[in-house]
Design a protein around this ligand. Structure first.
Ligand code: ADP
Ligand code: MG
Length: 614
């Protein structure tokens, strides 16, 4: 019989292959921007019309192409980026498959204009349906412009598959954002339907590390991000982790800005995401999402990027150590900047009115200084009697060796215990000021503790310990009380009886929806059982989602918040001093279990600065 197998003509093969590479205008945006980055551009302009449907145009000042390359680049598997399979091991570019331009040209009308810096004239190539329609010399500035018109003009089915302009534009700008974040050293300009969307200068490389990235994040996402970022800077022999993570208190219920870049390539990785989440640990509630902009740099031979056609997934050769380094880097970053949050108290109405009549009062945001490490970082257990020394830091001392192996570059200050020559000045002064803040001087400044939050942190750690040990002290009620609960409250509480009993809240089901309170935790033995139960139930309802995934922590948070909210401890100076001592004996004294700051400190330097003492 006649042979029935035929080789497909190139333009048909390209059209089929295009299905993988080009799904929507955003795919074109991504491929063209990446080509410009690969070409060494210093400035890139992106112009969109109708969310990219009718036009995606990218102009760069990169190295350009000569006349032969200008035509060749539309061939399938035409790439200047690898020559042999071995080159994949050292790949530093975004592209390497040589498919993008061929695929795009198969499903759109494409015009390329390109000129290397050392050529007098550029080349213009017009493509339609995967075939060359025109090629001619053209006068132009050095660099490359690619215009992609009428995407899917020849495939109506694909065109109909596109979503609304708003959705397509969102996807396109997402791709742009990833490239712009990955390359703060490149300037970008974006226009859509004659409207300027972004105009971002190239970040200067000679400023402080991370400065260009910080500026880029602020340009893309807004000024408010500036105060939300905590720098991450960690380098071991094979791997460096840099960038920024969001402060815990800015974590949101909606998924925020979460970016991993590996060798400047945006990737997704649930594995790395887990490492990040684990580092935030209890600092943000489970259903809240912190932001991150993290850059991993490692030897290209250590990764396999070839496993996914659009290349956002990745395999690490040694994924365990990548996990460990990312986790350690974040732990350290969070520990170092643990209490740099903004003060979120409300100014007193009286002060507001006093200022209201004055012309243009500069609103100076409170600058908050934090002890920039935790005692645990140095392998020390905090000494509850000497918390004041924790703040006596001399940053001009030589750096202490750090526990991370592999030559990490972090510099930790050292601890200088108070010497005997300081004498004994009697008990430290403490003041409770309006709003429940405890103020106390430090040798080199002062500390302000939020009393209720401190109680929450202390209660949380104690409660968690009791839950793990399975028993906590309880004070038996002389007259057991019966309390009738609402159906949903009863269902919640009756499922937690053993845990609550372990915490000293001794409940029994009396019958129906009624429980008998036989004993209260010793911390709240004078409290009204019905009111305590009410408070606790409200907290437990808030934690309902997390009760399923992290039962103990959720119960501990609820109990700690309830006890703190209902605390009746008399605020004597002894009590306040004791409270601060107990706070500093905690594993994680600087935050509540929900990730809110428990204390802030002001150093002498900062006080002098704010009084403009010079
Ligand atoms: P890949 O990027 O995988 O190599 P592409 O189809 O995206 O494949 O591009 C093919 C080739 O065209 C690239 O390898 C590069 O040599 C050249 N090229 C594409 N865009 C540009 C550009 N903006 N400036 C200079 N050369 C380019
Ligand atoms: Mg490419």
């Amino acid at each position: 019989m006649e042979p029935v197998i035929r080789l497909l003509p190139d333009h048909v093969a390209n059209q089929i292959a295009a299905g993988e590479v080009v799904q929507r205008p955003a795919s074109v945006v991504k491929e063209l921007l990446e080509n410009s980055v690969d070409a060494g551009a210093g400035h890139i302009t992106l112009v969109l019309r109708d969310a990219g449907r009718t036009l995606v145009q990218v102009t760069d000042d990169g190295r350009g192409m000569g006349p032969d390359d200008a035509r060749l680049c539309f061939e399938r598997h035409a790439t200047s980026k690898i020559r042999t399979a071995d080159d994949l091991q050292t790949l530093r570019t975004k592209g390497f498959r040589g498919e993008a331009l061929a695929s795009i040209a198969a499903v759109a009308q494409v015009e390329l204009r390109t000129r290397p810096a050392d050529a007098e004239l550029g080349t213009r190539v017009a493509m339609e349906g995967g075939r060359v329609r025109a090629q001619e010399p053209v006068a132009m500035a050095a660099g490359t412009t690619v215009l992609v018109r009428n995407l899917f003009y020849n495939i109506p089915a694909r065109r109909q598959f596109l979503k609304s302009d708003a959705v397509e534009l969102k996807h396109a700008l997402e791709e742009f954002q990833r490239v712009a974040l990955a390359h703060p050293g490149i300037g970008f300009q974006v226009r859509h339907n004659e409207q300027d969307l972004f105009h971002m200068p190239a970040g200067t490389p000679d400023t402080a590390p991370g400065a260009a990235l910080r500026q880029r994040v602020v340009h893309l996402l807004g000024r408010r991000y500036d105060e939300r970022l905590v720098p991450v800077e960690e380098a071991t022999g094979h791997l460096s982790v840099t960038g920024f993570i969001g402060k815990p208190e800015f974590a949101r219920r909606t998924r925020g800005e979460q970016y991993f870049f590996v060798n400047r390539r945006f990737i997704r990785s649930s594995y790395l995401e887990h490492a990040v989440r684990a580092a935030y640990d209890e600092l943000v509630p489970r259903d809240h999402h912190p932001a991150w902009f993290l850059f991993l740099e490692l030897d290209p031979g250590q990764i396999d990027i070839n496993i996914h056609p659009t290349k956002t997934e990745i395999k690490f050769r040694d994924d365990r150590s990548v996990y460990a380094v990312v986790h350690a880097a974040l732990r350290r970053a969070l520990g170092r900047f643990n209490i740099a949050p903004s003060l979120d108290f409300e100014p007193e109405p009286a002060i507001m009115t006093a200022f209201a009549g004055m012309p243009s009062v500069p609103t100076v945001a409170p600058v908050v200084k934090a002890p920039d490490w935790r005692p645990q970082d140095l392998g020390l257990r905090p000494d509850p009697s000497g918390w004041q020394q924790l703040f006596d830091l001399r940053s001009d001392q030589p750096a202490a060796p750090t526990p991370l192996d592999g030559g990490t570059q972090a510099v930790l200050p050292q601890v200088f215990p108070m010497g005997d020559d300081d004498g004994d000045h009697g008990p430290r002064p403490v003041f409770l000021v309006k709003g429940g803040y405890i103020v106390s001087p430090l040798r080199n400044g002062l500390v302000v503790v939020d009393r209720r939050r401190a109680l929450e942190r202390i209660g949380y750690e104690r409660t968690l310990k009791r839950l793990e040990q399975g028993s906590g002290p309880s004070q038996a009620e002389l007259f057991p009380r019966n309390i009738e609960l609402a159906p949903q409250d009863f269902a919640l509480v009756s499922g937690l009886l053993p845990e609550l009993r372990a915490l000293g809240l001794d409940l029994e089901v009396f019958g129906g929806r009624t429980v008998t309170v036989r004993g209260l935790p010793t911390e709240s033995m004078n409290d009204d059982p019905a009111e305590l139960l009410d408070t606790l139930i409200a907290q437990l309802h808030d934690e309902r989602a997390t009760l399923k995934t992290e039962r103990h922590a959720a119960i501990a948070r609820s109990m700690a918040r309830s006890l703190a909210a209902r605390s009746q401890e008399a605020p004597s100076p002894e009590h306040l001093r004791d409270l601060i001592d107990r706070l500093f004996a905690c594993e994680m004294p600087y935050w509540t279990p929900g990730g809110k700051p428990t204390l802030i400190t002001f150093g002498h330097d900062e006080l002098a600065e704010r009084f403009e003492r010079g």
